[in-house]
Ligand binder design. Structure first.
Ligand code: CMP
Length: 147
């Protein structure tokens, strides 16, 4: 069964020029990029996207980080895309990923628990919510922020 998931190259990943390397890893692993947008999130959009973390102590830092520069939003398609993309990016804490998952994307371009350079939807339901958040309507390229 083909699945879609939402991937984001976070501000640190773009700033440090990892886009091509990440896209190579994406295609080498059999994902197809169905749609993409370069977006500068504002505070409202970041807060709404990460609403499930709103009570966490790191929430305001997370919003600051995710609004610190542009992000590249991508819809990836593949069989088992949600779980396979999470496997490819590796653990949340990039400093640990460098030790335990050295071939993961976060080991390659992330720095620490917060600046982990990429996002992946954590379930099929999250993927659907997150994809419609950024690609509200119609054809590729015509996405608008869904909030
Ligand atoms: P991600 O798992 O993609 O989505 C939530 C993000 O919040 C996570 O990546 C990190 O960027 C950040 N994050 C998660 N846990 C912490 C934490 N304990 N401290 C700081 N940032 C965190």
């Amino acid at each position: 069964e083909k699945e879609m998931t939402l991937a984001i190259i976070k501000p640190d990943g773009l700033y440090d020029n990892y886009t091509d390397k990440i896209k190579n890893a994406i295609s080498d692993s059999g994902f197809r990029i169905l749609n993409e947008r370069l977006v500068q999130l504002d505070e409202d959009a970041a807060m709404s996207f990460y609403a499930e973390h709103s009570s966490r102590s790191f929430f305001s830092d997370l919003v600051k980080y995710m609004t610190s520069g542009p992000v590249l939003i991508m819809v990836l398609e593949k069989e088992n895309a949600v779980a396979d993309w999470r496997t490819l990016i590796g653990p949340t804490d990039a400093s640990k990923a460098k030790i335990t998952h050295p071939n993961s994307i976060r080991a390659m371009c992330g720095k620490d628990l917060q600046r982990n350079c990429v996002h992946g939807s954590d379930s099929l339901q999250s993927a659907q919510r997150e994809i419609s958040f950024f690609f509200k309507e119609k054809s590729p390229g015509s996405g608008s922020m869904g909030h």
